[in-house]
Ligand binder design. Structure first.
Ligand code: 5AD
Ligand code: SF4
Length: 452
């Protein structure tokens, strides 16, 4: 009987894509994906520590599999991803969850194959002594890691969307953020490797490619050739023939160049859609966060983007309750949201991350943060609703991506601007483009019909 695997993924899109690499490794080892009801032979937790909610969820679920391990001692449990990379966490896992077999850090997923083989071998040899290895990223070996990573198989799970990493890590050290500590410094992939991967995705029938990085705009900064930069990468990707779309995330407002805006505006494949995290509307808070841009600079970028691409859909990340945020500062976030009119905003309550500068500052009471986020969500929902209404009656090109979970006989997909549209269709429509006339809007969701 085939051996089965389950992967539990937490956190961002980057992790979803890294789980595709994990799936590729497991399938190369002869495992197949377990169904919802199946009992797996290997369970991988691909963790995230960017906010405490994701971290707590992962730890809770690792606790839950203890019973399964008791029932099936042959079960292999692996914990990977950025949570394990924090100082002392690998040891905590070792002590609190001694039944975990493998712990790997962020930059050595490729070692998973060897680690699984070792666990199996040591079990076969019925070694009494535990042979566990807790290996987190060795900072002296980033280049080796990338060499391995280029060859790591991946099982793409999001057809017709394909995710392609272009840069790993982050150099920015925003004072609230754990990422630079757990994903290390920026490391760009070769432009030719990225282009080959995009070409392969298009040749394999993928219709949307999303270029991924903590800060895609820094792409190439660590490569001596000055022609290797994000705008030029987009230019080269845009030259690839085929009917496909390109998106990218995440962009840092301090690094988004006029050149990138111009490439987006004049491209064939790059969607008029941008995720541009603002985090806070007050210059004082932005400074304390070490974001290195001002509210004015950000608003100028929005104006440039809208003048180059009037149809652009802009989304953002906003954090409330940063330690130095006063009521007046928060009002500046609210006024910025009113001014920009995002099509959607991902809102977060600030949570202190151990080892970051902001975690050492005096914290704001949780109830204050909670009340602020509720006001922010209410404001954004009303804006999203108004923008949705503007779509009614228009015809938009939509890539059908999936069946619409709740609605039988319906499918869903996105407009170029990134808005989700639900319309009548079947599984055969997935991966095809349709012109859809929008007939109804319900807050963030649009509904429509195929145009013939
Ligand atoms: N607390 C809350 N939200 C955070 N983010 C990053 N670090 C934290 C933190 N400590 C949010 C930011 C970032 C998004 C991916 O997660 O808004 O853009
Ligand atoms: Fe974290 Fe800032 Fe880097 Fe984004 S840019 S990953 S928020 S440190």
């Amino acid at each position: 009987m085939a051996k089965l695997y389950k992967i539990n993924t937490y956190g961002c899109q980057m992790n979803v894509h890294e789980s595709e690499k994990v799936a590729g490794i497991l399938e190369a080892l002869g495992y197949t994906q377990a169904g919802e009801e199946d009992k797996a032979d290997i369970i991988v937790f691909n963790t995230c520590c960017i906010r405490d909610t994701a971290e707590r969820r992962a730890l809770g679920n690792i606790g839950v599999v203890k019973a399964q391990k008791k029932e099936n001692p042959d079960l292999i449990i692996a914990v990977i991803g950025c949570m394990t990379q924090q100082e002392g966490v690998a040891d905590t896992i070792k002590n609190r969850y001694p039944y975990v077999d493998i712990v790997l850090g962020t930059r050595n997923i490729a070692m998973l194959k060897t680690e699984i083989e070792k666990v199996i071998k040591s079990r076969e040899e019925k070694k009494k002594k535990s042979d566990k290895k807790y290996r987190c990223f060795d900072r002296s070996l980033p280049a080796d890691y990338l060499d391995i990573d280029e060859k790591t198989p991946q099982t793409r799970t999001s057809f017709p969307n394909a995710w392609v990493n272009i840069i790993y890590g982050c150099n920015n050290f925003c004072t609230y953020c754990i990422v630079p500590y757990v994903r290390d410094r920026e490391l760009s992939r070769d432009m030719s490797s990225v282009l080959d991967e995009v070409k392969k995705c298009v040749a394999d029938g993928y219709k949307e490619v999303t270029l991924l990085g903590q800060n895609v705009n820094s792409y190439g900064n660590d490569i001596a050739d000055e022609n290797v930069n994000f705008a030029n990468l987009l230019r080269e990707v845009d030259k690839i023939d085929g009917d496909f779309r390109v998106r990218f995330m995440t962009s840092h407002p301090k690094d988004l160049s006029d050149d990138v805006i111009a490439v987006m505006a004049n491209s064939r494949h790059i969607c008029h859609n941008l995720h541009l995290p603002i985090q806070a509307g007050s210059n004082k808070v932005l400074k304390d966060m070490n974001r290195r841009y001002t509210r004015e600079h950000y608003l100028e970028l929005i104006a440039k983007l809208r003048s180059a691409m009037p149809d652009i859909g802009i989304t953002t990340d906003i954090m409330v309750g940063f330690p130095t945020e006063t009521e007046e500062d928060f009002e500046e976030t609210m006024s910025l949201v009113r001014e920009v009119r995002y099509s959607n905003a991902f809102t977060f309550i600030y949570s202190p991350r151990k080892g970051t500068p902001a975690a050492k500052m005096e914290q704001i009471p949780y109830a204050v943060k909670q009340a602020r986020i509720e006001r922010l969500i209410e404001l954004q929902n009303s804006i999203t609703k108004e923008i949705s209404t503007d779509y009614i009656g228009g015809v938009y090109r939509v890539l059908c991506e999936d069946k619409a979970g709740k609605h039988k006989g319906m499918v869903c997909g996105r407009t170029e601007s990134g808005r989700l549209v639900t319309f009548p269709g079947s599984a055969d429509d997935i991966g095809k483009f349709f012109d859809i006339k929008i007939t109804e809007a319900k807050s963030a969701s649009l509904f429509g019909e195929k145009q013939v």
